[in-house]
Design a protein around this ligand. Sequence first.
Ligand code: ARG
Ligand code: ZN
Length: 422
Amino acid sequence: MRRLILLSILICFHCILKKCLCSSEQDKVLSITAMTQEQVNLLQNISSHNETSLWQPASPSHITSNTPVHLYVQSSSVTRVTELLNTHGLSFSVLLENTQELIQEQTRNSTTDPKSGGTTYERYQSLEDIYYLINKTNQEHPDMTKLILIGSSFEKNPLYLLKLSGRRGPVDKAMWMDCGIHAREWISPAFCIWFIKYALTFYKENPDITTLLDKMDIYILPVMNPDGYKYTWTTNRMWRKNRSVMEGSSCVGVDLNRNFDANWCTTGASSSPCSDIYCGRYPESEPEVQAVTKFLRAHKASIKLFFSMHSYSQMLLFPYSYTHEQIPNHSELFELVQEAAIKIRRHYKNNYRYGSGAKTIYLAPGGSDDWAYDQGILYSFTFELQDRGRYGFLLPPNLITVACNEALAAVKTIAIRVLEKL
Ligand code: ARG
Ligand code: ZN
């Protein structure tokens, strides 16, 4: 017994040294399942408060019975929240005990901390480092890349696209891929960076990437929401929206994936500035969305394929998300994502769900994929990368490689098939 007490004192002391708190005082992520409507209401109430951050679903209004809810709870509220859950008979389990440690592990930097293992691509990169990396890539591959400034964010961070092309003359087809529209989904920018590295390394080595680069230009936006991304590194790891400041509200930020002009701000979005799925004052009110739509409108004759990368939950989605109605080429896109999911299962033994957004997750209007589709980009996809909730947004760096490789397999599979159809 005395040994046990001594051990726990030591662990706490060890934690203090590492600038974290003892286990009981840490932020936690809970998985909670409501069974009755009364419990759903309580859960909606708890997850609307500031000291919690809802991981899954995206908004309290999407909470239903019998579906696990993932909730990040700040250390100071853990006791209060778990007591509330217990008195109302809600069953829950602890998904993550040690969020601070996980966050520390993800923000380690190779130059300042020798403990951060792995290469550049096996670590999460700060906004500055991503800018540095795409600039360097552009300088090292002047024959295959072009850096294009498409606009700037609310806080005036630049929005850089990297255009990838094979060593050949001009072509009339192109593909779009954006990452990091939601700030806390760190695996997403990591994937865009991974994809760029892969394409430039394996051009003329891997037949699929060679075909893609020889037949299409690929436009990549590694961080669509730079202000939000930066904020998750400096201030709040769980931030989702951009950082635009609204007159008349003390709440900050618009959900950029609710701000596109696609059945804007109907069921599945919120008109309250304090909500995580706030749609903004009007469609395309946000500079990040304006920059993307302006570029896509100007290039829509050539852009045939559209990918938007998110996390987490492992899903391959296509339009619509703003209505339960089916798109005209539903079965065609269904077959594409099905083939991609089968490939991931075969090579990586991992399961991805697939289908239209509204049917597979929830109604969510104002999204980029739906908007792109309605602009005539008929092969439009949203991917939700790893994982399924074990770590959620805090996917450890040692899982970047598998997460990116399987997503890469899905992108290549779909893009190759689409090229055959065009
Ligand atoms: N989790 C994503 C979101 O809430 C799903 C995006 C699916 N597409 C869409 N247009 N909502 O934004
Ligand atoms: Zn997202």
